[in-house]
Design a protein around this ligand. Structure first.
Ligand code: PLP
Length: 406
């Protein structure tokens, strides 16, 4: 497919508001994106407030700003604020949803080939403890989850459809909306790992039809590390008793009783990194200001441009699956270990990461792949950077792989 149309995007502003752009070519946005100045300010200002008046006093003074993060997260994914929990990261968000589901023996869990290790390991644990079954929906000819296979496999026994929207390792975007329609039809719960899609593309939980969704701050939202959020549909919250409860998630009523909060904050715990929470709020505001539709168009344009460029380099194989591809670009260089490519690029001041088999085992094993390079672009990256990336990679490819020997 040809590259998407370039969009009208104030790239100069995006870059000038991103101090890191002056130091590195950052193609590791699926790991942790470069924070823009408003996020850096929000986190720094909050820490300084804590240092100057005290942590609890800062939380009191900044109450409205901290509280507003729920509204912002709700606006970002199209839900109500009482359906949002702010937690430490996407994994904890996902865990709190998953481990709250009252599974019984024989319940069927459907998942995708693209599933992330930190989701599949809990499936296995619940299988061991309770005796649920794990069923993997195969991919279609594009390499995305096969809707035909899903429709054929799905019946009223399916308890949970838990899939990854965009996998950690490549450019695939699973057809989340259509999966949601099947989930509705068979009355299954639908848990979407949107860790790599939130911030990269518009997300609307109503359109997707998911019951639960997990996201993180540091990836395509460009927020600080160590914070993420969970969405849970309000009609479902009362049925989900969290695996851990504390004095924030529940109230100690008397010697024999506790009462769990009625909103999604039952999935939180009391202590939080408020500087990070406020930073998440600033990151969401900033994304909304650019507009997720425009971000998504720009990300696809740059992603397609990078894939086309890589296709011109002898020895490069691009590994991205899917009918729709996003800003994550996966590739390998013949004769080169992925980690050696990463280190060689790092010496050229270019950041990428390495995708490893054990992180998305079903996918990697089915394709006979152990590792490859993951270059993940974002809207603030430039075509000049792609050019520099291309030239650096070409020079690496043309040189003997001595740096790669351990
Ligand atoms: C990064 C990632 C996660 C985990 O997110 P954390 O914030 O690190 O917990 C989950 N799922 C996918 C697909 C990811 O890429």
């Amino acid at each position: 497919m040809s590259a998407m149309q370039q969009v009208d995007f104030d790239i100069a502003r995006a870059r000038s508001e991103t101090p890191g752009c002056r130091h590195v070519v950052h193609f590791n946005n699926a790991g942790a994106a470069l924070m823009p100045q408003p996020v850096i300010n929000a986190v720094g200002d909050y820490l300084r407030l804590e240092a100057s008046i005290g942590g609890y006093e800062a939380a009191e003074q900044a109450h409205d700003k901290i509280d507003q993060v729920y509204d912002l997260a709700a606006q970002l994914v199209g839900c109500a604020r009482n359906e949002i929990a702010i937690v430490e990261n996407a994994t904890r968000a996902w865990d709190m949803a998953f481990y709250s589901i009252p599974f019984k023996a024989g319940d069927r869990i459907f998942t995708s080939m693209a599933e992330y290790a930190s989701n599949y390991i809990p499936f296995l644990q619940v299988q061991k403890r309770i005796g649920v079954t794990i069923e993997i929906v195969p991919n279609d000819e594009h390499g995305q989850l096969s809707l035909d296979a899903l429709k054929e496999m799905a019946d009223d026994d399916v308890r949970l459809i838990a899939i990854t929207h965009v996998p950690t390792n490549c450019g695939l975007v699973n057809p989340a909306d259509e999966i949601g329609k099947v989930a509705r039809r068979v009355n299954a719960l639908y848990l979407l790992d949107a860790c790599q899609s939130v911030g990269q593309m518009p997300i609307d939980v109503e359109r997707i039809g998911c019951d639960m969704l997990s996201a993180t701050s540091r990836k395509f939202l460009r927020g600080p590390r160590g914070v993420g959020f969970l969405y849970v549909r309000s009609s479902l919250i009362g049925e989900l008793e969290p695996p851990f409860l504390d004095l924030h998630a529940a109230r100690w009523v008397n010697r024999k009783q506790y009462e769990i909060r009625s909103d999604a904050r039952r999935f939180e715990n009391w202590e939080a990194n408020y500087a990070a929470n406020v930073g998440l709020g600033a990151a969401i505001s900033y994304s909304l200001e650019w507009g997720l539709d425009d971000i998504w168009r720009r990300v696809r344009f740059l992603g397609d441009t990078l894939r086309e460029k890589l296709g011109e380099i002898p020895g490069i194989t691009v590994h991205d699956l899917g009918a729709v591809k996003c800003g994550i670009v996966a590739f390998s260089l013949a004769g080169w270990d992925a980690e050696a490519v990463r280190r060689a690029l790092r010496r050229g001041n270019i950041n990428v990461s390495v995708a490893r088999k054990e992180h998305t085992l079903l996918d990697m094993a089915s394709r006979g792949l152990d590792t490859f390079v993951r270059a993940s672009i974002h809207y603030y990256n430039s075509e000049d950077e792609i050019d520099r990336f291309y030239k650096t990679l070409k020079s690496i490819g043309g040189s003997p792989n001595t740096a790669g020997r351990y």
